[in-house]
Design a binder for this molecule. Sequence first.
Ligand code: F6R
Length: 618
Amino acid sequence: MCGIVGFTGKKQAAPILLDGLSKLEYRGYDSAGIAVRNGDKQVEVVKAKGRLRVLAEKTNDGQSMIGSCGIGHTRWATHGEPSEENAHPHCSDDGNVTAVHNGIIENYQDLKDKLVKKGYQFYSSTDTEVAVKLIDYYYKKYEHTPVDALNHAMVRIRGSYALAVMFKEYPEEIFVARKDSPMIIGVQDGESYLASDVPAILKYARNVYYIGNMEIGHLKKGEVKFFNLDGDEIQKELVEIKWDAEAAEKAGFEHFMMKEIHEQPKAVLDTLHSVLKVDEKDNSKKLDLSQVGLSDKDIKGISQIHIIACGSAYHVGVVAQYVIEDLAKIPVRVELASEFRYRNPILDRDGLVIIVSQSGETADSLAALREAKAKGVRTLAIVNVVGSSIAREADNVFYTLAGPEIAVATTKAYSTQLIAAYCLAIQFAKVRGEIRSNQYTDLLTELESLPDKIQRLIDDKERIQWFAAKQVNAKDIFFIGRGIDYAISLEGSLKMKEISYIHSEAYAAGELKHGTISLIEDGTLVIGVLTQSDLYEKTVSNMVECKSRGAYLCALTSYGNYNIEDTADFTTYIPKTDVHFAASLAVVPLQLMGYYVSVSRGLDVDKPRNLAKSVTVE
Ligand code: F6R
């Protein structure tokens, strides 16, 4: 995720900016840059692709950049490849406005088109450059007042942002604005600091202001003022930060995995909003896959789909198989990349191969992609890391906007991959005439409600914690379900085993009696996933079969199915949703279960033994 640092004071700015950015490195980034002003001289901007040390080398650890006011940024690419050109800070054509930005501007294309008509030119592919030029436009229109310029830009920008801006006519001053993207400001010993995240300035200032949504901050040396959207000055309270540096990196959470579980509502919403647009003609919502590069003609011509991935990304594929086949009526086959690449697959020339990968670097998935391309089949990658090998080599890319994932066990990337798969399924169904307009609208409305429902599940985490604490000595755990519930079981089981080291298996509920049921003995934990109404009774019967052999039953089902409590020993509920989207909700208690069992066993949740975040070998 991108990081922002800013400073105005008596000391040289660049070394402080570099130091602050280094404290945000853990968040992941692909390029970095700083802009420094020396009094009222022209701003100096230095950027570098890759690691922060490249930027440090270019600037002699910041010493070569003279000036005591500046802003810095580490970029995690969302719009445009990682490159020096796309790295921040970005400047307006005449150097009037220089800014760094975190977040995603959803209507950047509309704004860009309007600015182009006003004569602005663009050198990068970023949404940030659009924001910079929009601010410049309003600054020039509204009597050179930064607060007014920012207010006008904020009203026009849709999406999320934390902006730190320097104006040529305001030397030694920095202006900030934010909506749904964090930003803090610290003041200490006559100097002012700003950052997108606490660790960046913890060393310099422990008393900070949290700038609120749709608010503006104006930093001078050791002095800060705040304004609301009307331009009126507002008062804010200084808050003392009590976290130590390590806790600050995890935003106060004990582990990255827990932090990332909590980031899911936002990651899901960001990913959805990257393709869900408002049709200005009739104000209706519709999916727009033009950025993914799929036209209606392409979609109509797809004869079959192969989804290929590894691990959790493969489990997304299993869900997607059910959803795409059910909604869009296109035959789907889902395969493990390590199997696909060596079995000389028979692929239809009019087929579509979808590769799902968080890192975009998984060796088997990359090899599968190359195999499909060699056979002349169109490839679409659902990838999180912009500019990764799979993203570069695939014909089309649907980027998930999960931000960097640090914990080895995936949570938020899995959740965003599901959203991408649902969007494809719904759009394919619509374009191929398999669903009516009202069903299309209902599905999109339901998709938009998922982030709040995920949040409710996270808010209820103590109930799972209580249950998980009692499972620390479990020897084997079985996850069973049918249809999408089987796909959910696969992910629940993987989450459990990879971080708790307890053997677990996911089984298609109806398949148990063909052998595996012999493993059920007194007290074996069986978790039944029951979100699919038409399969509910069937899976309950399979759970009863386990119970009569001594199993201890946990049920995961939707609110309303209260009769399950007659059968299960412990039940946890998820909010009601369209059956196609149940995985997005049911996975959350299962992630929490794996997490809490691991913590109760005193294990290293974020770095489980024998595992790597990115599997770049076969
Ligand atoms: C499990 C997990 C892995 C990955 C798999 C694929 O929690 O994270 O199973 O899903 O290694 O990785 P990517 O998505 O980077 O291709």
